[in-house]
Design a protein around this ligand. Structure first.
Ligand code: PEP
Ligand code: MG
Length: 827
């Protein structure tokens, strides 16, 4: 079926025309809008790369018709054609028809399966309808279509009474044309005794304006006259496809949706639609048992330390967000700090420990409850409300006294989890059969729980801030992981629409998954390797089913999280082995512990840091904690005896780190040799390219290593000085920034020169909007979350690799964001 592209200087106009044309094409025609430019300050304009994207989106073997508004829209569309491979370009036509009328006519014609020529004719004739309506009846003429020129002499008349309330309006008119064009027959139609028009032309049928109860006079001829007659009678019997009640209701619906408040907006973190009951998860406190102790002084020290830690936390929160705090929030924080300093409270707890020989946790929770009751009994409302703060700060200290909170989320039914923050380890522990979606107050697109949600194929929206409090517990919630919007049950119409969209999405996913295991091979035969990012066997299995050809990044830190002590060598060996087994012989690249930054592991006792992202992270920590590092290296080396594993160091910023890490690796291998334990001496070793400095010593890296993997998440964070976890700067954290793309280009060029294999495992690799671009920049090996694989493979299959030179040249060099936007048509 012919696809359509609507090009306008205004994004809204393009989208609006698309909406109208989709209606006319009964949602069967692929229609893409390419409107405006991605420049918030000056959004009016046209963008060749956006148009190119749209053409690719609407493309099928039958061809694409592009309709444009004025001036530079035409030029941009012409440039867009240059980006296309010859075989695609030959099937794309830029059409001079008027934008709105042309689009409507073309969509209706395309829906009936007409060829490109017929659709073009219909679009070009689309102004006829207006002409006819605005002229005298005498000036009307029948515009014969090709079929009419061959009218046979044997004709049959058929009269049909317009049955539906709204008459022959746009939708039934389009349906009528579809019916007529299905058969080898010709039809003229007239309302009552007016002049007949061709019944296979939307522009003419649209002029009839037949109302309910009026008679349509058909003159039918041709081979399939009988069939057409029957189909027309069926169409009448179906009330012209209208449910009169539904039409009236649906117009009300539009009103209703408009008048309701909009959905809640968060940061889209993992695509897909989820509709399920919202379940709020707040970390519950464990029950505190009364336990007797002997060492009173030890408990008092524990208490002092716990209070100190919470107090430090509050200080650092206050420092970080002082300028963003509203007055009342600042007051509450002050109140919390006062409570921590409160001598009465402190002494009452210490006295209880001393007098009753109980644990600090028990004494603290008793005294906090007492204080809560006192506040609840206050007559002043403001002070009564402070009881909640007493409980909140009380719980914070209690959790410190009890060590890491070990509360596990147990799901009992299908639901969308709503919570302040969901750690990666917690996410992994959830029952994936019941978990339909994730919504969190904190986080950004590349925070680790977001990455994990993508790997597990669970729709997620993060970074909601206070908006999250609008979500009621235990009520139906719908989330759209692409737009980042959330709707509560009040928006029942939108939820119904989303349900329909979800069904279509599911079907599309199933069909692309069916092809997932085939290689990612461009039209002209170049194959790209598509690997997966995983953090455990659960994800590895999902990735394998989605067509992963190995693991390009195994994030081992999740194995170390949410527990009290480091996993033993054997435990690590087993966990890594499980992932290798899921990959059925494909290679698995195991990244050594990337602790720190956004991946804290409390029992490792990393000293408190002001800037953890710039602190003791990744390889830096491992080189200062060699026992821990060597244990992990041993587990990986042992695995290399029987499995296809590789090893990768994270966060390398100076060459010495690689030299030291490799020395430790050799020590471990020597030890294994002495102990008679098998390992492969040829295991490949590589590093993540994520600290910008590493770009400048690639030749030296080539002397020490076998491969590199570009980590765009951290590379973006460090190049642009933007915390990847901070939702207030999330909109600036873009791997499409020209500086990041130039860095990628440099890495690809330098590693090629140095003879080093290079892949990409940052989130950019799994973004289909970037596939074209990455191919043009020279990337050949991609690693991404499992569920993203089928779509990226499909994207690669649509590309003609040799035709990429144009895009490559256009991208060299990328100097400004606007240049890039116009080159690739996105922000
Ligand atoms: C990266 O930084 O791009 C990366 C893949 O590693 P992580 O997201 O685990 O920091
Ligand atoms: Mg990283």
């Amino acid at each position: 079926m012919i696809g359509l592209v609507i090009v306008s200087h205004s994004k809204m106009l393009a989208e609006g025309v698309k909406e109208l044309a989709l209606q006319m094409g009964q949602n069967k025609v692929k229609i893409e809008a390419a409107g405006g430019i991605d420049d918030d300050e000056n959004p009016i304009g046209t963008d060749p790369m956006k148009i190119e994207e749209a053409i690719r989106g609407a493309y099928s073997e039958d061809g694409v018709l592009v309709l444009m508004d004025i001036g530079s829209a035409i030029m941009s569309a012409e440039i867009a054609l240059e980006f296309l491979e010859d075989d695609i370009r030959n099937k794309v036509v830029l059409c001079e028809a008027p934008l709105v009328e042309g689009a409507i006519a073309a969509a209706a014609q395309a829906m009936s399966g007409s060829n490109l020529k017929e659709v073009i004719n219909e679009a070009k004739n689309s102004l006829q309808a207006k002409n006819v309506l605005l002229q005298d009846e005498e000036n009307q003429e029948i515009i014969p279509d090709e079929k009419n020129t061959e009218l046979e002499t044997a004709t049959r008349n058929l009269q049909i009474i317009v049955p539906n309330k709204l008459g022959l309006h746009a939708r039934p008119a389009a349906k009528l044309i579809e019916i007529v064009n299905t058969f080898e027959a010709h039809a003229l139609v007239a309302v009552d005794d007016k002049k007949p028009v061709s019944a296979s032309s939307i522009s003419l049928v649209g002029t009839l304006g037949a109302k309910q109860g009026e008679i349509l006079n058909f003159t039918l001829s041709g081979k399939d006259t009988d069939k057409l007659e029957k189909a027309l009678l069926d169409f009448q019997a179906s009330n012209f496809g209208d449910e009169d009640k539904e039409i009236i209701d649906s117009s009300k619906t539009v009103e209703k949706v408009k008048s309701e408040s909009e959905g809640i907006q968060g940061i889209a973190a993992s695509s897909g639609i989820a509709i399920a009951k919202a379940i709020w998860f707040k970390k519950d406190l464990p029950v505190i048992e009364k336990e007797h102790i002997n060492n009173v002084e030890h408990e008092i020290i524990l208490l002092q330390e716990a209070i100190k830690r919470v107090s430090n936390d509050l200080d650092s929160i206050q420092q970080k967000i002082a300028n963003k705090l509203k007055d009342n929030e600042a007051q509450i924080l002050d109140f919390h700090k006062l409570l921590l300093k409160d001598q009465d409270l402190y002494e009452s707890v210490v006295n209880m420990i001393r007098e009753k020989f109980v644990k600090a946790s028990f004494a603290w929770s008793c005294q906090v409850k007492k204080l809560e009751k006192q506040y609840l009994a206050m007559s002043n409302e403001y002070l009564r409300e402070r009881a909640l703060d007493v409980v909140e700060i009380g719980n914070k200290v209690l959790l410190e006294l009890l060590g890491e909170p070990k509360s596990k989320i147990v799901l009992k039914e299908e639901c969308i989890i709503v919570t302040d923050e969901l750690g990666p380890a917690e996410t992994m522990d959830l029952d994936l059969n019941l978990l339909k979606g994730i919504v969190t107050r904190a986080g950004g697109e590349t925070s680790h729980s977001a990455i994990l949600a993508r790997s597990l194929g669970i729709p997620a929206i993060v970074g909601l801030g206070d908006q999250i409090d609008k979500i009621p517990n235990k009520e139906t919630l719908a989330i759209d992981g692409v737009s980042g919007e959330i709707w509560t049950k009040n928006h029942s119409n939108i939820i119904d629409d989303l349900r329909k969209r979800k069904k279509i999405d599911d079907e599309m996913r199933e069909s692309s998954q069916a092809k997932a295991k085939a290689p990612a091979c461009t039209k002209d035969g170049k194959t790209f390797q598509i690997l997966a990012n995983v953090s455990g066997a659960k994800e590895a299995k999902i990735a394998f089913e989605n067509g992963a050809e190995g693991v390009g990044l195994f994030r081992t830190e999740f194995l170390f999280m949410n527990r009290d002590e480091m996993p033993s060598e054997e435990e690590q060996y087993q966990a890594y082995k499980e992932v290798c087994m899921s990959m059925k012989g494909y290679s698995v690249c195991i990244r050594t512990l990337d602790v720190g930054g956004d991946k804290p592991i409390p029992y490792l006792d990393i000293p408190e840091e002001n800037n953890p992202f710039l602190g003791l992270r990744g390889i830096r920590y491992c080189l200062q904690n060699t026992e821990l590092f060597k244990t992990q290296l041993r587990a990986i080396c042992r695995l290399s005896a029987n499995y296809n594993v590789r090893i990768m160091y994270p966060m390398v910023g100076v060459i010495e780190e690689v030299i030291s890490a490799n020395m430790l690796l050799r020590e471990v291998q020597q030890d294994l040799l002495k102990e008679g334990i098998d390992f492969s001496p040829n295991m490949s070793v590589g590093v993540m390219m994520e600290v910008p400095s590493s770009i400048f010593f690639i030749p030296q890296l080539a002397n020490e290593l076998d491969f590199l993997s570009i980590g765009t998440n951290d590379l973006t964070q460090y190049l642009l000085a933007l915390d990847r976890d901070n939702s207030s700067v999330a909109k600036y954290h873009s791997p499409f920034h020209p500086a990041v793309l130039e860095a990628i280009r440099e890495i690809l060029m330098r590693s090629k020169k140095a003879g080093l294999e290079v892949s990409m495992c940052g989130e950019l690799a799994g973004n289909i909007k970037a596939t074209n671009l990455l191919l043009a920049l020279g990337l050949e090996k991609f690693s991404m979350n499992g569920p993203a694989i089928p779509a990226v493979k499909e994207r690669i299959r649509e590309i003609n690799f040799s035709g990429h030179k144009l895009l490559k040249d256009k991208l060299s060099p990328i100097r400004t964001l606007n240049e890039l936007k116009s080159a690739i048509g996105q922000s």
